[in-house]
Design a binder for this molecule. Structure first.
Ligand code: DQA
Length: 153
């Protein structure tokens, strides 16, 4: 009986999808930063609700303002995780290094933006991530992240 319980537990953990959300520069300021564009919820508040909503997913979050740290995280998770959700923020529009890392890894990557970048300045229309992403979700506020999670289920 105890063995069966252990087996079920093991199977449950083993079958959980392992996803990570990687957030780029200034996204640590969500809640305070331009709330008219990015809303007034902090990312942690949002992340806690989403984790509760999807208990069948092993969901992690990593944020960095440093380009190389984002590349390191893509390399670290990009051969073992089931999915990566990335909002590279301003680096989306400038970083060949992050674009190359997305191309180099095996884990499917979904690119996310809180705002509709095509409805903003022209420099935000270019993305070095999109060409190698599995898909792109933008313009739905923080819900963009949730839609990305659903795309992996
Ligand atoms: C953003 C859009 C980017 O242009 C901007 O630099 C960000 C956030 C978004 O989620 O809407 O920092 O990625």
């Amino acid at each position: 009986m105890c063995f069966l319980f252990l087996c079920i537990n093991f199977w449950y953990i083993w079958s959980m999808k392992k996803l990570i959300i990687i957030n780029g520069p200034n996204l640590n300021l969500l809640g305070k930063r331009e709330p008219n564009i990015y809303g007034s919820l902090t990312f942690n508040e949002f992340f806690e609700t989403v984790k509760e909503k999807y208990p069948q997913v092993s969901l992690e979050h990593f944020q960095s303002n440093v380009e190389g740290e984002i590349i390191d995280k893509l390399q670290e998770t990009g051969f073992s995780y089931d999915g990566i959700i990335i909002n590279a923020a301003a680096y989306t529009h400038t970083s060949i290094g992050i674009g190359d890392a997305v191309k180099a890894i095996e884990t499917p990557v979904v690119e996310v933006h809180i705002s509709n970048t095509f409805d903003r300045e022209e420099f935000r229309h270019k993305s070095f991530v999109s060409p190698n992403a599995k898909g792109v979700i933008l313009g739905f506020g923080l819900q963009s992240y949730e839609l990305a999670i659903q795309s992996f289920l």
